[in-house]
Design a binder for this molecule. Structure first.
Ligand SMILES: NC(=O)c1ccc[n+]([C@@H]2O[C@H](COP(=O)([O-])OP(=O)(O)OC[C@H]3O[C@@H](n4cnc5c(N)ncnc54)[C@H](O)[C@@H]3O)[C@@H](O)[C@H]2O)c1
Length: 343
């Protein structure tokens, strides 16, 4: 078994690039970051200094040309992912890429073909699969603990909408936000969705509507195995980040609660209360970000399959496109109207 650490490079030193750099540098001795690159050199330098990364590369190309680097983490903006996957695959690097692969199905296919041709490993950053709560729900489905699943509910609400500039380039709520929930739905049930119906609206900020997006949505999923699911999304929940799931099966149900900064309950003569949930993804999903990268590093070092593959990145985008189409056309949309069926 391999004992030396995996040599990695990081492309993109923004919010999520910093999260992964910190995870690798401070929590994952089985990997070593050799270099980091960002078109904003100062951002790369700041992360390099904080995480003890020896080289700030001039460009992503310099990282890909470094023969010592075995794997790259693509953490740059979404519009760069597909192109960088193609280049990294050609350079023979294993790839961890943040979600989504691209907003374009054509670009995703080209990226996945390059991965296939190069025979390298690819993992997509659907970190929520590695969250302890959701992993436990999946386990209850796999083990049969709650019997055969019948209904699935995902509640996924942000504390507040992102800036409008972000909304405009995000690809819309389904490709940016719900994409995690689409992946979670497939992960929890372990089956493919065949039809999606979306009801949505602009209830948080009219400017989001003016930008062509929506901020509130209820999505009904019909799986091939008959399970019916809902995804409840809002760009704003007054009490903070709301991330829960529930599955009803033939022998019982399993559900998760939000995660809190502490477990304290204050009881007085007039009320019983507790503090608000962990406020956003950086705090709520901290452990899952480390766990997903650990799983990627293990897959590469031990030459096993990555737990979230390219096809998972593709299907979630197909679902997002179907959800948008359903909203626009006020009708259920089958996934095979958007792309060829999976499996
Ligand atoms: N898994 C999650 O929960 C999660 C959370 C946040 C972001 N993301 C994804 O991660 C990606 C980055 O998001 P972010 O919030 O960190 O954005 P960000 O804007 O904070 O950071 C992106 C960084 O990429 C850099 N960059 C852009 N083009 C580049 C290029 N060609 N080469 C090198 N660097 C380049 C930018 O200068 C910037 O520093 C997005 O695709 C986003 O969807 C995923």
């Amino acid at each position: 078994m391999r004992t030396n650490p995996l040599n990695v490079g990081i492309i993109g030193a923004g919010r999520i690039g910093k999260v992964h750099a910190e995870g690798l540098a401070f929590r994952l001795p089985e990997a070593r970051i050799l270099a980091i690159a960002d078109v904003n050199r100062e951002a790369a330098q700041a992360v390099a200094t904080r995480c003890g990364i020896p080289t700030v590369a001039e460009s992503s190309q310099q990282i890909l040309a470094n023969p010592e680097i075995e794997a790259v983490l693509i953490c740059s903006s979404t519009d760069t992912h597909a192109g960088l996957i193609v280049q990294a695959a050609r350079a023979g690097k294993h790839i961890f890429c943040e979600k989504p692969i691209s907003h374009s199905l054509g670009e995703i296919h080209r990226a996945l073909e390059a991965v296939e041709r190069a025979g390298i490993k690819l993992q997509i950053g659907f970190n929520r699969r590695f969250d302890a709560n959701f992993a436990r729900v999946r386990q209850a489905v796999v083990s049969g603990e709650i019997g055969t699943p019948r209904l699935m509910h995902i509640i996924s609400r942000d504390p507040a909408p992102p800036p409008l500039a972000y909304i405009r380039s995000s690809g819309g709520i389904f490709l940016d936000m719900t994409i995690h929930d689409f992946d979670m739905a497939r992960f929890l049930i372990g089956d493919e969705v065949e039809e999606i119906y979306t009801s949505g609206g602009v209830m948080v900020d009219p400017e989001i509507g003016a930008a062509g997006d929506l901020d509130t949505a209820l999505i009904v999923l019909r799986f091939k195995n008959g399970v019916i699911g809902t995804i409840d999304n809002s760009r704003q929940a007054a009490y903070g980040y709301d991330q829960r799931v529930e599955i009803l099966g033939s022998r019982g149900s399993i559900g998760t609660q939000n995660c809190y900064p502490n477990q304290a309950v204050v009881s007085t003569a007039t009320e019983v209360r507790r503090d608000l949930p962990l406020n956003f993804f950086m705090d709520r999903y901290t452990e899952s970000f480390v766990s997903e990268v650990r799983a990627f590093v293990t897959a590469v070092r031990e030459d096993g399959p990555t737990p979230v593959a390219g096809i998972d990145g593709l299907v979630a985008v197909v679902m997002a496109i179907a959800a948008r189409q359903s909203y626009e056309q006020h009708r259920p949309v089958r996934l095979d109207e958007i792309a060829a069926p999976v499996r």
